[in-house]
Design a protein around this ligand. Structure first.
Ligand code: RBV
Length: 427
């Protein structure tokens, strides 16, 4: 059994932390109608009774409402963070106060404590895993394969995690079913686009007290996250430049009206750089050498590998904290390149970061909750491997949200439904 302590044994003023954490959770929940609706259902029906959930996610107020929903549904939950800088200790403490929840998440832990906390979660012997980035699936497959037999399945929140899982699956190494929550429309079209776009830009603005208007904002990667960042930056009157490696996405960005060019050209003209590729070495030494004085560098991808910080450090003659969350690297010619939040995912890891807005996380976490329910109700129907979220579940969550927003839509008449299903009609 792990000896790593839960957050409640790591904080001095525990009561004050719990009160503040609960206040943050209450505020978020007011703006999460899907989770509110599912709370009622889960409390009454106890669909998760008997399950033990092992989770690694960004432990802050919205995630905490998901965790509490899962506990209300009858599960025992053990959770830790999925990034060393995204945890809100007060929220972690509020969660840990719940008898059915143990939270090991703590902000600012070093690598050793980060992985010890994951092991502490695994020691609860989860029957279901919920990940943001695949840390839990990885730890279990690498170090605790004996647990796999009793694991019903898992759910994965983010693009990077799903990408890793698919690679694992292709090599036949993924030994239990995992839902690709990231890929389902109710997640990807909202969380990745609006959530990443809004929260990344808001966090950069709050951290630097600078504007995007009139600036050249370079967005690396034009996937769903990059599209969101580009759109919202353009909405704040920036000149958007997109860099891509995929011809169709590059063409899409071009037809959207953005400038498209290689990074080494963008490096010369950019004022703000935001990486969203999920890949490593996107901004490198040669790029730093071409950049203007005062540029801002931020990453919105899951891992801190997109900006080559070692290369930047090598080039720098001086480094200092220019502001909270901003590290300046001074070059020998006097240029200062400013990295926000250590190049970690900026919308969650900067000191002022709050993650995505509550409304979008309501959708993503609504999907997480119904996926966990599905695994418990029908887990035996899913083979080991990556699975799409069943369309009926995606629709169920969309309908709850539309209802809560007071938005009504049409439905097909029988004749229309028949027409759509038929191939024998002509003019
Ligand atoms: N994300 N979580 C939050 N809890 O505030 N904000 C963003 C939060 C998730 C988002 O779903 C994305 O896929 C993932 O973080 C990247 O790690």
């Amino acid at each position: 059994m792990s000896t790593y302590p839960p957050i409640s044994e790591q904080l001095d003023d525990l009561e004050a932390a719990r009160t503040e954490g609960r206040r943050k959770m209450d505020w978020a929940l007011q703006h999460m109608p899907i989770l509110q609706e599912l709370r009622q259902q889960f409390r009454e029906e106890q669909p998760l009774a008997g399950a033990t959930l092992g989770m690694a996610m960004h432990v802050e107020a919205k995630t905490a409402n998901l965790v509490e929903l899962l506990a209300l549904g009858g599960a025992e939950v053990a959770i830790t963070g999925c990034n060393p800088l995204s945890t809100h200790d007060d929220v972690s403490a509020a969660l840990d106060a719940n008898d059915d929840i143990t939270s090991y998440a703590k902000r600012g832990v070093d690598d050793e404590a980060y992985y010890a906390a994951i092991e502490a979660v695994v020691a609860h012997e989860p029957t279901i895993t919920v990940d943001d980035g695949m840390d839990m699936v990885y730890a279990i497959h690498e170090d605790y394969p004996e647990l796999i037999d009793t694991i019903v399945g898992g759910a994965e929140e983010t693009t990077t995690g799903v990408h890793r899982l698919r690679a694992m699956d292709e090599e036949g190494e993924l030994k239990y079913p995992v839902f690709a929550v990231n890929d389902t429309p109710m997640k990807r079209l909202f969380d990745n686009v609006h959530g990443t776009g809004e929260s990344s830009l808001a966090t950069i603005a709050m951290t630097t007290n600078l504007s995007f208007a009139g600036k050249n904002v370079v967005v690396a990667g034009y996937g769903y996250c990059g599209q969101g960042v580009a759109k919202k930056a353009a909405g704040q009157n920036a000149n958007v430049i997109v860099t891509e490696v995929e011809p169709r996405r590059a063409l899409e960005a071009h037809m959207e009206g953005y400038d498209v060019m290689p990074m080494n050209e963008a490096a010369e003209v950019g004022d703000v750089f935001i990486t969203t590729t999920g890949n490593r070495d996107v901004i490198t030494r040669e790029d730093f050498q071409a950049m203007k004085d005062g540029v801002l560098l931020a990453n919105a991808g899951h891992f801190d590998i997109e900006i080559d910080l070692d290369g930047l450090s090598d080039l720098a003659v001086d480094e200092y904290e220019a502001r909270d969350g901003v590290r300046a690297y001074e070059m020998d010619d006097g240029r200062r390149l400013n990295v926000i939040a250590e190049g970690r995912l900026v919308n969650l890891a900067a000191p002022v970061a709050l993650g995505h807005p509550a409304e979008v996380m309501d959708q993503s976490f609504g999907i997480q909750a119904v996926c966990v329910r599905e695994l418990l109700e029908n887990g035996a129907e899913y083979d080991a491997g990556v699975h799409d979220v069943p369309d009926a579940l995606d629709r169920e969550v969309a309908e709850i949200k539309l209802d809560a927003e007071g938005v009504e839509i049409d439905s097909l008449t029988d004749t229309q439904a028949e027409y759509m299903d038929s191939w024998s009609h002509g003019t």
